[in-house]
Design a protein around this ligand. Structure first.
Ligand code: UDP
Length: 166
């Protein structure tokens, strides 16, 4: 039993999910998505945010210079979005799997059950974001929630702290 708990704790992660502006435009879809998310993850933080251009450019700095960068920043500043801190066993890869790959049209063929296949519109307006590694998650969570109490203590968020998924 002690061994099991150790194993669970070792794989315990928190990741950043964004419900992007195209999804936020449809309240019924947001509710449906958040209900599904709540069945799979423990939602540690939730915030509705609207970014300035500078904030969007900073968050996506690694994509500066890519052909879609201007489109991406324009999209992410087109309206409010929701940021969620999702916790659970291997939350980083689990959320990436639930969300699906970048391109919604391709996902409708390859992974029709994924959220991007079901809700995404285009390669840019693909409705969701998910951190791509534990390291990225730490950086992105600090960017979105760094000013909150839990945001400064991600590595201490463990099953013992009452963060077990439902
Ligand atoms: N994006 C785009 N065109 C592309 C690739 C990406 O507009 O050809 C946008 C899309 O919104 C994507 C974001 O840029 O979610 C970040 O790209 P990344 O390659 O990190 O994809 P993700 O990890 O979000 O699937």
């Amino acid at each position: 039993r002690a061994t099991n708990l150790r194993r669970v704790r070792a794989q315990w992660e928190t990741t950043l999910a964004l419900l992007k502006p195209d999804l936020l435009a449809d309240a019924a879809r947001v509710r449906a998505v958040e209900q599904e998310i709540g069945q799979q993850f423990r939602v540690q933080e939730r915030r509705q945010i609207a970014w300035t251009r500078a904030q969007a450019e900073a968050f996506y700095a690694e994509h500066q210079g890519r052909p879609f960068f201007g489109r991406l920043v324009g999209y992410m500043t087109s309206g409010p979005f929701v940021a969620l801190a999702l916790a659970g066993p291997q939350a980083v890869s689990q959320w990436r799997k639930t969300m699906g790959g970048t391109r919604p049209v391709q996902m409708r063929v390859r992974n029709p059950a994924s959220l991007r296949a079901r809700f995404g519109l285009t390669d840019t307006r693909n409705s969701f974001h998910g951190s791509d590694s534990a390291e990225t998650a730490r950086r992105e969570l600090a960017f979105l929630f760094g000013d909150s109490k839990i945001g400064r203590n991600w590595e201490h968020a463990s099953p013992q702290a009452g963060n077990l998924p439902p």
